[in-house]
Design a protein around this ligand. Structure first.
Ligand SMILES: [Zn+2]
Length: 161
């Protein structure tokens, strides 16, 4: 899927990949492309869909690829891998699975050109400032004071403030 998308949206500093599941796919993107959560060029949706979109953040145009569900049952190894609960016997060998994916990919992978419309997928140059409450540096997009000082802290201070 990633190969298919990257073939159409070449690697560049403007490449962004949006993945639609939190399992497996984000790792593949981080290993095989320059897009990581750390550099803000991978967007992860917890939708449980085996699909991804590679796009250019300047043009906001890209390519979405996904696994065509109707085709999966035609490929027993792949079907087993997608439905581990239904599997009878041993899990398939990794090599056999990879081979099946390569053989199946032209019919298994859907491809469609898309345009990105969600403002969440735009990464403006980040503007930082100093929070007037805690004095720490933060991204100004979060508001007039930092997220923690707005009451969203995920921690509490040991021994009081
Ligand atoms: Zn603060």
């Amino acid at each position: 899927m990633l190969d298919t998308a990257i073939a159409k949206v070449p690697e560049s500093p403007e490449l962004v990949v949006a993945v639609e599941t939190i399992t497996c796919l984000p790792d593949a993107v981080q290993v095989l492309t320059s897009c990581t959560t750390g550099n803000g060029r991978m967007k992860v949706y917890d939708w449980g869909k085996f699909a991804l979109t590679a796009y250019n953040r300047e043009t906001m145009k890209g390519v979405r690829t996904w696994v065509i569900a109707d085709v999966v049952p035609k490929w027993p190894l792949i079907n087993d891998w997608f439905n581990p609960a239904q599997r009878i016997g041993e899990s398939p060998l990794f090599e056999d699975l990879v081979e099946a994916f390569f053989e199946a990919r032209s019919e298994l992978i859907g491809v469609r050109e898309v345009r990105i419309v969600s403002p969440d997928n735009v990464f403006p140059r980040k503007k930082t400032g100093i929070c007037e409450k805690c004095g720490e540096s933060y991204n100004l997009k979060c508001g007039p004071i930092c997220s923690a000082c707005q009451g969203q802290a995920y921690y509490t201070l040991e021994g009081g403030a």
